[in-house]
Design a binder for this molecule. Structure first.
Ligand code: FO1
Length: 309
């Protein structure tokens, strides 16, 4: 079997990552996760996308929200509110333990990769979840009036301010995670995550970008846009605000120099000839993942195509 590297954001990407985890052996899977939306909150190091992927793959996530732990309790947050503390970013009691432990491990001198692996081990997961980089990259959202930090935009302001651009602070000093040996992977899958804020910070890292351009024949995109709507989150809204058509064509244009294959939903089949004219091999399939069976089925479908290519 081939070896697969997934480039992954939070909720949308984690669904496909679960399908891959249930389909391929752990040694044939690597998942590079966006850390651009990490931040320090209440003096704790919070890594929302890493935790979303970790909880999802461990069967510990709150499936209805997509982020946070299942069977969560909220005692800390209720009491913090009584003390007039900051509660706009909801930290459940179980989830809080993860942030406390990660912060402690990092303060003890562990890299983010080492801290991630130690926490993953406690959740019974092998070493296949990696932060995209051990150096800090911070995503900012440029809006008409103000530059907003990612979580301020996403959670506090509920993605409401129209977006004009994105800024990734720290990119000049950050490198793609050295624990991920790119040459050992046969296929690289861009998960159905937000291209602008979840995948682009990963793509911009030195060490990865040139590899993708040189080996674009081993890169596949799974479209996060289905029938002119986002599978999850503000992708479609951002696309429109940036002046683009909300469609798989915009996704294909965005990734053109990095990828040669695109998986689109069967409902977007009418775009296939346009995508082919951009140089893509197009694979229509069902991209809606609303239960474990459909997550597994999509991963199996992608793997079937790529194993025979
Ligand atoms: N998303 C929300 O919309 N509201 C929250 O209060 C919130 C809290 C939260 C706590 C821990 C965590 O790991 C994730 C959390 N998220 C929350 C999700 C997260 O901020 C976003 O989904 C990602 O950053 C976007 O990928």
């Amino acid at each position: 079997m081939k070896k697969y590297l997934l480039l992954c954001g939070g909720v949308g990407g984690a669904k496909l990552a679960l399908g891959f985890k249930n389909t391929v052996n752990a040694e044939n899977l690597g998942i590079a996760v966006n850390t651009g939306d990490d931040f320090t909150h209440l003096n704790l190091k919070i890594c929302p996308d890493l935790d979303t992927v970790m909880y999802t793959l461990a069967g510990e996530s709150d499936v209805s929200k997509g982020w946070g732990r299942k069977n969560e309790s909220w005692n800390m947050l209720t009491n913090l509110e009584n003390l007039s503390g900051e509660t706009w970013f909801q930290l459940g009691d179980k989830d809080l333990a993860t942030h406390i432990r990660r912060t402690e491990l990092i303060n003890l001198g562990n890299s983010l990769s080492e801290a991630t692996y130690k926490i993953c081990q406690s959740f019974g997961l092998p070493k296949f979840i990696f932060p995209m980089s051990d150096e800090s990259v911070e995503t900012y959202i440029q809006t008409k009036n103000r530059l907003l930090s990612f979580q301020e935009y996403f959670v506090k302001l509920k993605c409401e301010p129209p977006v004009t651009d994105f800024v990734f602070k720290g990119l000049d000093k950050a490198k793609f995670n050295k624990d991920i040996d790119l040459n050992s992977y046969d296929e690289i899958i861009i998960c159905p995550s937000n291209p602008y804020v979840s995948i682009n910070p990963i793509l911009q890292l030195s060490g990865l970008q040139d590899h993708l351009i040189d080996f674009s024949n081993k890169v596949s995109i799974i479209s996060p846009i289905v029938n002119a709507k986002s599978l999850k989150g503000p992708t479609a809204k951002m696309m429109q605000e940036l002046g683009h058509e909300i469609s798989v064509k915009t996704i294909a244009e965005f990734y053109k120099k990095y990828a040669k294959r695109i998986f689109v939903d069967t409902s977007d089949n009418d775009s296939a000839s346009h995508l082919s004219s951009l140089g893509y091999e197009v694979f229509p399939t069902n991209l809606i993942m609303n239960n474990t069976q459909s997550k597994n089925k999509l991963a199996q479908e992608i793997i079937k195509v790529l194993e025979s290519n």
